[in-house]
Design a protein around this ligand. Structure first.
Ligand code: PMP
Length: 351
């Protein structure tokens, strides 16, 4: 065998949820997208974006400044990227350079171990307890950094700011990244803790609560020192991560707070109603503060429901992984979509 193959990096990639080709009547509850359209500002801005001939502003200043002002931070405290996946990958490269292992839960966003492997970062996965909660004491040992989502994915479980602060207090020598992809559906952001902890990085995204998964905008907030370090790595990798429409649209939608509140509010009320309906059907789950529910049924196997739902054009997410292979993660769609799902499940579990 030719020796060049020894020089090829072998990785096991992350598997994103399926993006089926659009067909009529498809109900897509498998990748935590928002069922509602983005703010009307997007269309308005799209018509106004010009200057395609030139490179975009490498600092994406308009977007950075809009985010800083929205969150009450200085502009040197915000870093933007191509979805939070890009931001998180940069953060792994920038902040996890210790010989000690980084720590994250055993059941969590399944990109973390992929990045750790890609960047050759040692890691230890700490088991969630039987109620899918992160155990603070597990994060009080020597480590090279900590990351977890809050609310966690795919469980939807939210942990309080006191809990986050307990982890930060125990880890002054490590960078702690809180991935807040789902924070806008009822949790409290860790942002206020930035004032006290210079080793905290908070990451958010436009993909869920702002209905813009397709445009790819994510961002990190932290001390000016951490943000500079992220930018130094970014500029060593690709100066022009943010395209013109992302910069313009990302800034514009922040002005539409009423729309944002309306959409997130609708999803939260659908979720609360859906929880009750699912209980009546014999499903159980830990409480979710995200735009999805992670459920298991008392008698019917998750995989069977997953497959039957798919055959009926309803896509939910199933993970064939230890501890969670009898669970389904169901994104909260519109009331109508959730009713269709419930009707399907009612019929299916009777069989
Ligand atoms: N973090 C978590 C916990 C997620 O579930 C996702 C969505 N797959 C992301 C980050 C990345 O989202 P995006 O790149 O669309 O911002």
């Amino acid at each position: 065998m030719a020796g060049f193959r020894d020089n090829i990096r072998k990785v096991v990639p992350y598997t994103p949820g399926e993006q089926p080709k659009r067909v009529d009547n498809l109900i897509k509850l498998n990748t935590n997208e928002n069922p509602y359209p983005p703010s009307p500002k997007v269309e308005e801005m799209m018509k106004q974006v010009t200057g395609w001939r030139l490179y975009p502003d490498p600092a994406a200043s308009k977007l950075v400044e809009a985010l800083a002002s929205y969150h009450g931070l200085n502009k040197d405290q915000v870093f933007v990227g191509v979805g939070s996946d890009d931001v998180l990958a940069m953060a792994f490269m920038t902040f996890f350079n210790s010989d000690k292992p980084i720590l994250f839960p055993d059941i969590t966003y399944s990109f973390y171990d992929v990045w750790a492997d890609l960047f050759r970062i040692p890691y230890v996965q700490k088991p969630l307890d039987e109620n899918f909660r992160i155990v603070a004491d597990d994060y009080k040992c020597e480590n090279g950094g900590i990351i977890f989502p809050n609310p966690n994915a795919p469980t939807g479980v939210y942990q309080s700011l006191d809990f986050i602060e307990e982890i930060l207090q125990a880890n002054p020598d490590a960078i702690v990244i809180i991935d807040e992809a789902y924070i806008d559906f009822g949790g409290q952001s860790a942002l206020p803790l930035l004032e006290k902890y210079e080793n905290l990085l908070v990451v958010q995204t436009y993909s869920k609560s702002r209905s813009l998964a397709g445009i790819r905008i994510g961002y990190a907030m932290g001390s000016a020192e951490l943000i500079k370090a992220l930018n130094d790595v970014k500029y060593s990798f690709n100066s022009y991560t943010m395209n013109q429409p992302s910069i313009a649209i990302g800034a514009a939608v922040l002005e539409d707070e009423d729309y944002f509140k309306e959409v997130t509010g609708k999803i939260v009320s659908t979720r609360e109603w859906f929880k009750e309906e699912m209980k009546k059907l014999g499903f159980s789950f830990e409480d979710s503060k995200s735009n999805f529910l992670f459920v298991t049924h008392e008698t019917v196997k998750a995989k069977d429901i997953f497959e039957a739902a798919k055959a009926n054009q309803i896509y939910v997410r199933y993970f064939a992984k230890p501890r969670i292979d009898n669970y389904l993660r169901i994104t909260i769609g519109t009331d109508e979509e959730m009713k269709t799902f419930l009707n399907f499940v009612k019929e299916f579990i009777k069989m």
